[in-house]
Design a protein around this ligand. Structure first.
Ligand code: SAH
Ligand code: SF4
Ligand code: F3S
Length: 446
């Protein structure tokens, strides 16, 4: 194709927020080559599936999607480049190439900065597979300075990888060992985002509160120190971070929730189970009481903080009694929101070969019971906002009229009428009502 001609790029993203960040960065890397993002595979010249390996369903979706893309490619006599990126690419790159010959290249999470080079090479020979070496520093150093920003909020990866090795989880294998970006690199990216109108940053890491990047003076920075430095960036009014492990919830981070106005009162702190026995089998490295006490200390520092979590039901060996312990923990903590999953055995993880897998129908009925309780708590938390005035960062237009949608400090979606001129701004909104998944508010003086 001639230089200067726009080529269309479609990236389909599965999995966690870090994949969302990575997809944006892949688009940044490909922009100088003339690729412009499009939002369907139809008519795209280049399709990237940015994949997730966390549960079997997520990983299997990739193969059905690839089947559809192969048909599209055949219908166009081969004029479509297909890449698989992300955690499935890392975990089973060779299997992808074997199972789906229409795939042109496979690129792991630490190698996508090499996409331009890979593309020119695959023009000559199919079958590149790049990944495995986990050189995160090299990746970040070679990404373009400027990011394509689409609104007032942005993800910013500050830490990658995980050393925790929970017995059910593939992340330590797909993302490698814990590694933190240097503070100055994070600050520079934040300044660039602020210059483009970003007001709210969500700092990302598989274990973000284990952040230990090098600070500008050569000493190691904690996440709290990084957040304090970011809070000085003109234009950055809100800071969030995800995901945290309970054992890395340091005192200075808890204190920052009391002292740093930019740090939003919301914390995603997965516990997975409320049973000490299951927590041990999961290799979570803490007990239920330690988690409950930790939540207590966090709430002492920031009484209104919204707590969110992740849960797995049906972990091998989980009994009714263990599950009751999870329900009891949920009642004690009282979550503002949470994600819950049925355990999915993952190849290569210790839990996959534990001899006591829970029957699917038992796990499913536990999942329903847990989700009912969590939704009840979420609805109650949302309903309790009625009558309050909350600062809302408006992010985008709503479905009808001049409606706009934004986020409360507690990460709730807030809908308000006649507010579309306020996108990108933080304004006080009177909350009229709270539903299961969102709040309805009105502008003050409306
Ligand atoms: N610390 C990570 C967790 C990633 S996985 C992070 O940064 O987000 C997200 C959630 O998926 C986990 O908290 C866990 O609840 C769930 N999960 C992980 N492995 C799973 C498995 N094998 N089966 C079911 N759920 C799983
Ligand atoms: Fe997976 Fe556990 Fe690491 Fe989270 S802390 S990414 S659940 S191994
Ligand atoms: Fe999935 Fe990889 Fe994220 S396995 S959850 S995309 S780190």
């Amino acid at each position: 194709m001639a230089a200067g001609v726009t080529k269309r790029l479609f990236i389909k993203t599965y999995g966690c927020q870090m994949n969302v960040y990575d997809s944006e960065r892949m688009a940044d890397v490909l922009r100088p080559l003339g690729y412009a993002p499009t939002d369907t595979a139809e008519g795209a010249d280049f399709v990237i599936l940015n994949t997730c390996h966390i549960r079997e369903k997520a990983a299997e979706k990739v193969y059905s999607e690839l089947g559809k893309l192969r048909e599209m490619k055949e219908a166009r006599s081969g004029a479509l480049t297909i890449a698989v990126a992300g955690c499935v690419a890392q975990a089973e790159g060779e299997e992808i190439m074997r199972r789906q010959p229409a795939v042109d290249l496979v690129v792991g999470p630490q190698a996508y900065h090499q996409l331009p080079e890979l593309l020119t090479r695959t023009a000559r020979a199919r079958g590149e597979r790049i990944g495995a070496d986990f050189a995160a520093d090299e990746k970040f150093d070679s990404l373009p300075q400027t990011r394509g920003v689409t609104g007032p909020t942005a993800f910013l990866t500050v830490q990658e990888g995980c050393d925790k090795f929970c017995s059910f989880c593939v992340v330590p294998y797909t993302r490698g060992a814990e590694w933190s970006r240097p503070g100055e690199a994070v600050l520079a990216e934040a300044r660039g985002l602020a210059d483009q109108g970003v007001r709210e940053l969500t700092l990302l890491g598989q274990n973000v509160n284990a952040y230990d990047g090098t600070g500008p003076n050569g000493a190691v920075w904690t996440l709290a120190q990084l957040a304090r430095a970011l809070a000085e960036t003109p234009g950055i009014d809100r800071i969030r971070y995800t995901t945290s492990h309970p054992n890395d919830m340091a005192d200075d981070l808890i204190a920052a929730h009391a002292e740093l106005p930019q740090l939003m009162p919301y914390l995603h702190l997965p516990v997975q189970s409320g049973s000490d026995r299951i927590l041990r089998l999961m290799n979570r490295k803490h007990g239920r009481q330690a988690y409950i006490d930790l939540i207590g200390r966090i709430r002492q520092a920031r009484p209104d903080i919204a707590i969110s979590g992740d849960f797995i039901v049906g972990f091998p060996g989980e009994t009714d009694r263990d599950f009751e312990d999870t329900m009891d923990l949920v009642r004690r903590v009282n979550y503002a929101s949470a994600f819950s999953f049925m355990y999915s055995p993952r190849p290569g993880t210790p839990a996959a070969t534990m001899g006591t897998q829970v029957p699917a129908e038992v796990a499913l009925s536990r999942l329903h019971a847990l989700q009912a309780l969590l939704l009840q708590q979420q609805s109650a938390f949302n309903a309790a906002q009625a009558g309050k005035t909350l600062d809302v960062l408006f992010e985008k237009k709503g479905r009808h009229g001049r409606q706009a949608i934004g986020r409360s400090p507690y990460l709730q979606s807030v809908h308000a009428e006649d507010a579309d001129h306020l996108i990108g701004r933080i304004v006080p909104v009177r909350i009229l009502s709270g539903q299961q998944n969102s709040l309805t508010g009105e502008l003050l003086g409306a």
